[in-house]
Design a protein around this ligand. Sequence first.
Ligand code: HEM
Length: 468
Amino acid sequence: MDNSATPSPTAPNAAAAIGSSPRHDIPMVKGLPLIGSTLEMARDPGRFFARCYREYGPVYRFKIFGRSCTVLAGPDAAHWMGTREGKECLRSKEFWEGLLGEYGASQSLPGLDGERHKQLRDVLRHGYSRESIIGRYNELIAITDGSIERDWPRGEFVYCLPAMQMMVTDQLGTILTGRAPLEYVADIRITILNILNVLITRQRPRFFLWNPAYQRGKRRVFELGDQMIADYRARGPLKEGQMRTMVDDIMEAHDTNPGLMPKSDLRLQLTAPYVAGLDTVANTTATIVYLVLKHPDVLKRIHAEVDALFVGGRQIEESELKQLTVLNGAIMESMRMYPIAVAQMRTATRDFVWQGFQIKADEMLYMATAVPHYMHEFYPEPDKFDPDRYDKTRAEHMQSGAYSPYGRGPHTCLGKSLAEVQLLLSMARLFWRLDLALESPDYVLKTKTAPTPGPHPSFKVRVRGYRH
Ligand code: HEM
């Protein structure tokens, strides 16, 4: 191991990290014969990247089934992704090409780079933004209530992940597109699962896509996209008082600028919120439930906050969400300890030297931005669930490169602000209404890693009763 390659965790200086002459050879992570690091990576990719960062430094290679993968890891890598050099040296295109093939589309937001990416992001920005939900908090609460009453029956065990997936589809569909396609949840799930596993994260072989269940799911998702187009055409222009949604943004862009939003891309763009938001939010909310129930002291403090917020069943104002400091800390802490995106995949646009290591043009890279989440230099006792880390006085996440649950650089989550409100309100309402318990107090969360890391579908909680 070359210790000189290990950066100071608290003093990232990514702008100075890029240079012209390599000083080190990239170390190869020791793995098992033939399969390399496949097993460790499959078990817990976040901790695998963090261990290797400790042992090998900020740049290393590992092998999965004989394929060599290069990793740029840690706080400097996270910070660098947002710098001019980072933007110039990295592109996303290759990783999303498979998605285009499946949808017959010409481009996707996460697979675009440079000016074209900026243009499309501008078209989609409003629909995905926090503004799209301002003034609709009580509507979001009503949707959440409906999901709770439908999928969380009193006295029963509830499988958290599927219940959250229903809730999230209901919320995203209604808020973003004006329609909650609950009858499509299973189809959306199987389509996303296979596309992410086979084509994006490449954790499964291609023949998985021949599966008839996937083919049927994909056909149904296309049908949903076609129906959204037909509904938009049938409805005509927005009338006074009608909410503008992402569907309006996309369809207007198609009508006025078909070069930027061609017909071939409409199905993908219109159903993209589910690809982007379903697994991410469902996994995160299920994790929050586990961590909060596992820590009754935190649950008690959250109950006090949400009881004050919803007192007397009155309407909620935006400013009041700021009062939910413990709940907000619990959400942020869940996303630190169980991030759904432990690394972002990129390709090098050109030869460059980073932190003394030579990276070659067209090399595929894992940008392991979540590594600092597990580092005691940033988060003392990193394995401890401590929602107070995010208080103004401590603000451990504010250190440079320390916290990246929504990614880094030009592709940082476009739905971040919307997701923050969605997470906060959903969790506030769930903990306010339901008296929940783990299977047993010493239950330890079983996790899965494909397609996105999160709680295992077997994770269940008992609805002891309704608090409100
Ligand atoms: C817990 C919630 C969420 C988390 C942790 C999350 C995380 C992420 C991450 C890490 C990326 C970057 C991927 C990359 O750089 O390769 C991303 C991109 C994106 N997310 Fe999210 N996301 C969440 C919820 C949502 C929601 C609810 C939506 C909208 C419905 C959304 C829309 C998007 C979009 C459109 C992109 C692509 C942005 C671009 O390429 O310019 N996300 N998200």
